[in-house]
Design a protein around this ligand. Structure first.
Ligand SMILES: Cc1cc2nc3c(=O)[nH]c(=O)nc-3n(C[C@H](O)[C@H](O)[C@H](O)COP(=O)(O)OP(=O)(O)OC[C@H]3O[C@@H](n4cnc5c(N)ncnc54)[C@H](O)[C@@H]3O)c2cc1C
Length: 300
């Protein structure tokens, strides 16, 4: 066991670790450099009864202005990727777009849908991230996990059938099960065709203004029973461009809220509530949030 005390920092501002660029400090913060150290961090928190949060790229979360009074374990340095035949085996902190590049390098097809998706492999599996007609459930073969039950940690390999994937859902949302590594199963394909699809998907995101302002992607889930995506419902309610403080319903995409520069978590949260209320008033549909509120919200 490494001396975990030496890798734990205190009062680390979380805003730079999120794509919204919003959020107060974490009381404890660590960036483990190996899976062993990752396990030690989780063990350290469990032994002391300290709540903890696994943070990838922070591309699907809104951290409160007050920050997080527990322990944030950032996976950014757990980013090793290996290729074995048509499989990609990677650690949880590997960036999805690096996995996409790796698939191209080895002429492996199946992951093109994820081109340009901000986030880590761990975050993508947690959310069953979905784009351009594909999702992570389509490509995952198995996941090496650390599972906590009654404060006892156990390593478990989960097969795809045990991952309980559905639209933006997975077994990991039960929060007792942490992703360490995963194997994605791809197939041999034409390098030119793979390259073209990747470039098309990346450039579609760029054209839609995904990277122009800090944001966390879609705020609300789509309800496919409704027949219209959440962004269209928000657009038809006339909410594009609505602002609270420096948070704005993006004019290019109704389901995105952007940080115009100095938005607080409270600005974003208030805008989420306003959008939900207005859409419900007009359509009777109550939108379900996709982004995860993290940190201490009680005081606000
Ligand atoms: C511009 C933009 C465009 C986007 N487009 C899409 C899109 O097309 N489709 C889509 O589905 N999403 C989209 N998103 C959202 C985001 O990219 C995905 O949800 C992504 O999978 C989040 O990964 P992350 O590493 O940032 O996770 P984080 O935001 O850091 O964490 C999300 C959740 O995953 C958990 N988690 C992370 N790692 C682990 C782990 N190792 N073990 C257990 N739990 C873990 C966290 O605790 C948290 O609860 C977009 C976001 C942005 C900013």
């Amino acid at each position: 066991m490494s001396d975990i005390q030496t890798v734990i920092r205190r009062d680390v501002l979380l805003a730079p670790y999120t794509t919204f660029r919003i959020g107060g400090p974490a009381r404890f913060f660590a960036e483990p450099v190996s899976i062993d150290e990752f396990e030690d961090c989780i063990g350290w928190a469990l032994d002391r009864g300290i709540q903890f949060f696994i943070l990838g790229t922070g591309a699907n979360i809104l951290v409160s202005d007050a920050g997080y009074s527990g322990f944030v374990i950032h996976t950014g340095r757990l980013d090793r990727i290996e290729v074995e035949g048509t499989d990609l085996r990677a650690e949880c902190g590997a960036q999805v777009d690096r996995l996409v590049d790796k698939s191209l390098e080895f002429s492996l097809t199946g992951l093109e849908f994820a081109a340009g998706l901000p986030g880590t492999l761990g975050g993508a599996l947690f959310m069953n991230a979905k784009a351009f007609g594909g999702c992570f459930a389509d490509v995952v073969y198995s996941v090496e996990t650390l599972t906590a039950r009654d404060n006892i940690l156990k390593n478990r390999m989960l097969r795809k059938s045990e991952l309980e994937f559905s639209y933006k859902r997975s077994v990991f949302q039960q929060r007792t099960c942490f992703i360490e590594r995963a194997v994605l199963s791809l197939s041999h394909g034409s390098k030119e065709r793979i390259r073209t699809l990747i470039e098309e998907n990346r450039s579609a995101r760029k054209k839609r203004g995904h990277y122009r302002y800090p944001n966390a992607g879609s705020i609300f889930k789509n309800d496919y029973g409704v027949g219209k995506p959440a962004g269209q419902l928000i657009d038809e309610t006339g909410l594009k461009g609505t602002r609270i403080g420096d948070a704005e319903v993006y004019t290019k995409h109704g389901n995105f809220i952007i940080n115009r520069g100095n938005a607080t978590a409270w600005d974003v949260y208030s805008l989420i509530r306003l959008v939900r209320e207005r859409v419900a008033e007009r359509t009777g549909i109550v939108l379900e949030t996709e982004i995860i509120l993290t940190g201490d919200w009680k005081e606000t």
